[in-house]
Design a protein around this ligand. Structure first.
Ligand code: HEM
Length: 553
């Protein structure tokens, strides 16, 4: 009887499992069929579905073919570029590059993708009728911020927090913090000088990206919380190590990443590193909440001030929920505010070094604005930070570098209520993940004359000049209400690095020397003939972290 009973339970459990799997598979296939028929219908209506499209595999073979010829470690950005740069091949019936592109990657992704590839389409999506971010962002960030950050918030809560946090990232406030930034950039420059060879020769090879990461991490923690981490001089510090451990879990939702989040090792890792970060940040946050906090300029100081103004009571002490939110926002700033800018600094140095005329003009501007005594530049900028605004050519150089190497984008939620309308055609978005693609827009030859050249002048010419960028075409920080809050900070960091290094040092980006040092015997990889290219997932990194030699001028 006992045996009969337990074997009955076993077969019941087995049957339930089989049933669940069958229902899951039926749903999966049903969803796949729905997407495929939808794409066929869109294609027959003339909507921009790139060719070839296969009923069986969707656009998976197309993506595979776009990857051909690229190194295995190349960043996905090059795949997107190929699609728009070679649009006549993929849209044989069109006369111009489509403003949006529909992609069906089911079953690799459960929702279709729309790439917004024109300034007008991006404008409609992020500025004119700003659509909410896609939940895949908040899902990916959850291990770091627990879902309580600007990127994960719904629109009304975002509006409240963004207005609390904006004052700290305003140009005016950041310029008042310039001496702090110069102190950190000064350490960076000093360490580079120590790498220089003797007697005017280039020194040993090192990986520049590691240095720029340490610099930008030291800056973001000081600017946002007045916390001096000293990653540049004492790294790797526990705080950056803990953040990096959490960042390793920032992944888009796939079957594998969803399963990973149920594993004990994931939970242990996240709990441990979350605790390390909380323990490092909390004492400093508490000290910023004291009425006698020494500085009133950090992002958090100004956010607390806003909070008190909102409550109408200057003595109002923030509640524990507010403190939790502040910790999450800080973690987002540390995450979003170091790798991006660190990589952007590498790219701008790389581009300048390839263009001797740009380098000459840059140095000439620094002489003119900061005086010919190079040793005094830091002192002058500390005393007169607004001189950074006079570095017009330098700003144009940074912008042009961000045009060629945009590092971010935004993912928005498609819906029935939102369609793109470009040149009289309506492009529906329901059920899709919409992705702006600055990397594609910035390299469209029809939008940017002499598209492949590094031409800072584009950002200096007057309205009506052929080189002048089209409206909404330059968008490395995205545009609209959720545009990057750290844009001014990143621009200041990059300008400071250029102002304080270019007249003192020459750079040589020696990928060949690095290959020899690593004992590599295979031919070096390249993208478009360049051996230094963007690698990895997420925002990625520069190939081999940009192997560099420097010499004193
Ligand atoms: C070159 C460097 C940087 C680039 C290229 C970049 C790019 C971007 C992009 C494309 C977005 C998405 C905007 C959207 O979804 O609408 C974004 C958002 C954001 N970035 Fe940056 N970023 C950079 C530096 C920084 C820095 C230094 C910080 C420091 C705090 C930062 C913090 C953020 C935050 C908090 C958001 C979310 C803003 C919001 O939702 O209101 N970023 N960034």
């Amino acid at each position: 009887m006992q045996l009969y009973f337990s074997s009955g339970i076993v077969s019941l459990v087995g049957l339930s499992v089989v049933l669940i799997v069958v229902i899951w598979l039926a749903q999966l296939i049903g969803r796949g069929l729905f997407i495929r028929f939808k794409f066929l219908a869109m294609r027959s209506r003339g909507l921009p579905v790139p060719e070839p499209y296969s009923f069986l595999y969707g656009h998976i073979p197309l993506m595979k073919s776009l990857k051909e010829g690229l190194p295995k470690d190349a960043h996905d950005t090059y795949v997107h570029r190929k699609l728009t740069m070679n649009w006549p091949k993929y849209f044989p019936h069109r006369k111009s590059c489509p403003p949006v592109i529909y992609l069906d990657l089911w079953p690799l992704t459960s929702q279709p993708f729309i790439y917004a590839t024109s300034p007008e389409a991006c404008f409609q999506l992020t500025q004119q009728t700003a659509q909410p971010r896609h939940s895949m962002f908040s899902w990916a960030l959850f291990p770091v911020t627990g879902g309580k950050d600007l990127i994960s918030m719904d629109i009304p809560t975002h509006r409240i927090w963004r207005s609390r946090l904006n004052p700290g990232f305003s140009l005016k406030n950041l310029l008042s913090q310039t001496p702090i930034l110069i102190e950190e950039v000064g350490i960076f420059v000093q360490q580079l000088k120590e790498q220089a060879g003797t007697d005017g020769n280039f020194g040993d090879l090192f990986q520049l990206f590691d240095r720029t990461v340490a610099l930008t991490f030291d800056i973001i923690t000081r600017v946002s919380l007045d916390l001096r981490v000293r990653e540049q001089t004492q790294g790797p510090t526990p705080i950056l190590k803990a953040l990096r451990a959490l960042i390793r879990h920032v992944k888009g939702p796939t079957i594998w990443s969803e399963l990973e989040r149920w594993t004990p090792s994931y939970r242990r890792d996240v709990a441990l590193n979350t605790k390390i970060l909380r323990d490092s940040l909390l004492p400093q946050i508490k000290s910023r909440l004291q009425p006698d906090a020494s500085s009133e300029k950090t992002v958090i100081d100004l956010a607390v001030k806003e909070y008190k103004t909102e409550s109408g009571n200057e003595n109002q002490q923030p509640n524990p929920d507010f403190v939790d939110m502040v910790i999450s926002q800080l973690k987002l700033f540390m995450l979003a505010g170091h790798d991006t800018t660190a990589q952007a600094i590498c790219w701008v140095l790389y581009e300048i070094t390839k263009s001797p005329e740009v380098l000459r003009q840059l140095r000439a501007e620094h002489d003119e604005v900061l005086g010919s005594d190079v040793q005094l530049a830091a002192q002058i900028l500390s005393a007169e930070p607004h001189k950074l605004n006079s570095l017009r050519y330098t700003t144009a150089v940074v912008k042009e570098s961000l045009r060629l190497h945009p590092l971010g984008s935004t993912h928005r939620r498609g819906s029935r209520g939102f369609s793109f309308v470009c040149d009289g055609t309506t492009y529906p978005s329901d059920g899709a993940v919409i992705w702006t693609s600055p990397t594609a827009i910035h390299l469209r030859a029809d939008l940017w004359p002499r598209v492949a050249e590094f031409l800072p002048e584009r950002f200096l010419v007057a309205e009506g000049h052929a080189l002048r960028p089209a409206r909404n075409a330059w968008r490395p920080f995205e545009l609209g209400n959720t545009r990057c809050i750290g844009e001014e900070l990143a621009m200041i960091e990059m300008k400071l690095v250029l102002a304080l290094t270019m007249r003192e040092l020459d750079f040589c980006f020696d990928w060949e020397g690095w290959n020899v040092l690593q004992g590599r015997t295979t031919p070096p990889d390249s993208v478009g003939g360049e051996h230094i290219y963007r690698v990895g997932g997420g925002i990625g990194s520069v190939k081999d972290k940009l192997p560099t030699r420097v010499k004193l001028r």
